[in-house]
Design a binder for this molecule. Structure first.
Ligand code: KG4
Ligand code: ZN
Length: 362
């Protein structure tokens, strides 16, 4: 079957066409095309995403992006079996564009439209190539469904940070989440504090590679008995540290007076603290729930230090690790198509209608 998926939850207009085989325990999904039009240029000088601006850009981009995805896949509208679209969570103005466009397209083509939870897209993304290929960076030891579950999954994005327990392919529950900022949000805020462009995650991690002497920042909630996270305190600790380095007269100027070497150290110190907490809590959950595998997903899972430290910890604990390829970490429509195939296999009831929901829960 052929699925066209559309994703507009934040600042990427994305469409993907996939061919799906629902027979295996984890559907086998082959990507025929995946097109992403990023709005980063539009938002970078604002230091973050402006919802109204994002929505207008989605309106302008959605039709050409969908047409390009079909052309690249060499698939005609008439050959699509299902449409899928991100229903939420995300920015309401952005979600509305994708949801209403896809509903209208489904209506005109007479094809069913599946609403997909964006977080389910991230959650399942490390499994996408599990049934078919071996491209992922992930350590694929014991990578068969019977040895995969229970799986403890860390989702780390710009809007969310959560630990999810999947005890079989179609059953999952949230074990814990951030009580304040998401991990990606903390990366973005630290970057802003240091005068680095949006999105801050890739900038912070790039600069951190040059660090020689990273400061030691607190690891909030690392020893708390639950599986929740907190990153607001870490971000504030970084801010106080930055302010302590600046002569009082230059406080207004903030980052501009810091040397590149100091910025690199601050980035590395922050990254080390954030990654330590993420890895420690993920492995603690894996031990408690006797997980056979661990996965990480979402924009922050593109972070090389997080990937490396998680791989080392899983190797030590002898647990298989699944990490999506870089192209599936940040927002994309391929993961929405994969989640749609998963829903068709496990929960095939398609709602007659649905609305965009900015606070949709997993
Ligand atoms: O999943 P995503 O594309 O969008 C949301 O659903 O939020 O995640 C975007 C987030 C941003 O906060 C961005 O700074 C972060 O992922 N990010 C990274 C890296 N690449 C993207 N954070 C740390 N290191 C990276 N290499
Ligand atoms: Zn996302």
């Amino acid at each position: 079957m052929t699925i066209l998926a559309i994703e507009t939850s934040c600042d990427e207009t994305a469409a993907a066409v996939v061919s799906a085989n629902l027979a295996p325990a984890i559907p086998e999904v082959t990507m025929l095309s995946s097109v992403i039009r990023s709005q980063i240029q539009l938002h970078t000088h604002m230091g973050g995403v402006v919802p109204e601006v994002a929505a207008r850009a989605h309106v302008a981009a959605i039709e050409p992006v969908v047409k390009k995805a079909l052309a690249n896949a060499k698939v005609r509208f008439g050959n699509i079996d299902y449409l899928a679209v991100t229903q939420g969570p995300g920015l309401m103005p952005s979600l509305l564009v994708g949801v209403e466009f896809t509903k209208a397209l489904g209506f005109s083509l007479g094809k069913p439209v599946l609403p997909v939870n964006h977080m389910l897209g991230h959650l399942l993304s490390p499994l996408k190539d599990q049934a078919s290929s071996d491209e992922c960076l992930a350590a694929r030891k014991n990578g068969t469904p019977s040895t995969l579950f229970p799986m403890v999954s860390l989702i780390v994005s710009g809007g969310h940070t959560m630990l999810v327990l999947m005890d079989r392919p179609n059953r999952y529950r949230v074990l814990g989440q951030t009580v304040d900022d998401a991990a990606g949000e903390a990366f973005d805020k630290v970057a802003k504090l240091l005068g680095l462009p949006y999105p801050g995650g890739p900038e912070v991690s790039k600069l951190a590679e040059r660090s020689k002497n990273p400061p030691d920042f607190p690891r909030p909630m690392i020893n708390s008995p639950d599986f929740n996270f907190s990153f607001a305190g870490l971000k504030t600790a970084v801010r106080y540290y930055v302010e302590s380095l600046l002569p009082p007269a230059s406080l207004g100027a903030k980052h501009s007076t810091l040397s590149a070497a100091l910025k690199a150290d601050i980035c590395a110190g922050f990254q080390n603290a954030a990654v330590d907490v993420l890895v420690s809590k993920t492995l603690k959950a894996a031990a408690q729930y006797k997980a056979k595998s661990v996965s990480i997903s979402g924009g922050v899972s593109a972070n090389r230090v997080l990937r490396k430290k998680t791989a080392e910890a899983c190797e030590k604990a002898k647990i298989a690790l699944f990490i999506p390829p870089f192209s599936l970490c940040t927002d994309n429509a391929e993961m929405i198509a994969f989640a749609a195939a998963y829903l068709l296999k496990n929960k095939p009831k398609i709602p007659r209608t649905f609305e965009a929901n900015p606070s949709l829960k997993l």
